[in-house]
Design a protein around this ligand. Structure first.
Ligand code: NAP
Length: 277
């Protein structure tokens, strides 16, 4: 079989950022993304920093709000309310996960729909599931954008999404369904995962376990979208064995990861454009 096409998320994300830079330059007010970090989890702190830098790289601004791990839900909700009302803020990102003392769902749902650029609210999720206008969760949105760039057909295909988290597996399943795929969602209680994988035209790996999806489980010509990111730059799909079976495959790093940030920026620029119109 011919070698698969490697889906270059890094390159596409770069092109998207270039386009966004030009759109930002046309706005009279800089788009602003407010990021909220509760506690001092080092990985979360790194992600927030990366997102702030990405904003600056396209001429946007970010406003960092850092709160102690002891922050209570009420206090966080008040801060979100202030950001909702602040006309200078166009997008709000609450970094997941928050410490246990905070009700994360309540905090996510407090974010105003027009500023929910990370696609975390129940309302946004509901709208997406009905095909209505809302910002979808960034990682799934990035995967669909990447598939479109490479003109990978989705309609009528059997897509198997492994993982059902609210930020990744579930919204990805919805977006694929919107595009007329036949979708199977697998999770930790799924029986016969191998049987589902064997019939997949598209596999989305969103498990959080390094090298979990093995090429031996897949059919020839499958499209492998690996959202996983584990220590040591390892995805949730075993790249080498999946490479042998795939028609298209995302590398880790340089596949889905850069697309996530590009989508966050794109949604925030869109929110700023809407606010300006
Ligand atoms: P998560 O919340 O831990 O969810 C993992 C999902 O995998 C759950 O739905 C779980 O099922 C399922 N699962 C666990 N073991 C399984 C098994 N043996 N068989 C089938 N399903 C199983 O993880 P997440 O936040 O969605 O993240 C998933 C991966 O994506 C991670 O590697 C993460 O680092 C990566 N990620 C990347 C980006 C990016 O920007 N590229 C963004 C977010 C996440 P249950 O629901 O039954 O527990």
């Amino acid at each position: 079989m011919a070698e698969p096409v490697i889906l270059d998320g890094k390159k596409l994300a770069g092109e998207i950022r270039e386009d966004l830079k030009q759109r930002v330059a046309k706005l009279s007010r800089k788009p602003v993304l407010a990021t909220i970090l509760v506690g001092a989890d080092p990985a979360s702190a790194t992600y927030v920093k990366m997102k702030g830098k990405a904003c600056e790289s396209i001429g946007m601004a970010s406003r960092k709000i850092e709160l102690p791990a002891t922050t209570q839900t009420d206090a966080l909700l008040r801060i979100i309310d202030e950001l909702n009302q602040d006309p200078d803020v166009h997008g709000i990102l609450l970094q997941h996960p928050v410490p246990e003392n905070v009700d994360e769902r309540a905090a996510f749902d407090r974010i105003a729909a027009e500023k929910d650029v990370d696609g975390v609210t129940t309302l946004g999720f509901g709208k997406i599931s009905f095909g209505q206008d809302a910002y979808p969760s960034c990682t799934p949105a990035g995967m669909i954008r990447l598939m479109d760039e490479y003109e990978i057909p989705i309609e009528g295909k059997h897509a198997v999404v492994v993982g059902r988290s609210p930020i990744l597996g579930k919204p990805m399943a919805l977006l694929l369904l919107e595009r007329n795929a036949t979708v199977t969602v697998c999770h930790s209680r799924t029986k016969n995962l191998e049987g589902h994988l064997a019939t997949a035209d598209i596999v989305v790996a969103a498990v959080g376990k390094p090298n979990f999806i093995q090429g031996a489980s897949l059919k020839e010509g499958v499209v492998v979208m690996d959202a996983g990111y584990n220590e040591g730059n390892v995805g949730d799909a075993d790249y080498d064995s999946c490479f042998k079976k795939a028609s298209h495959i995302t590398p880790v790093p340089g596949g889905v990861g850069p697309m996530t940030i590009a989508m966050l920026l794109a949604h925030t620029v869109q929110a700023a454009e809407k606010a300006a119109s």
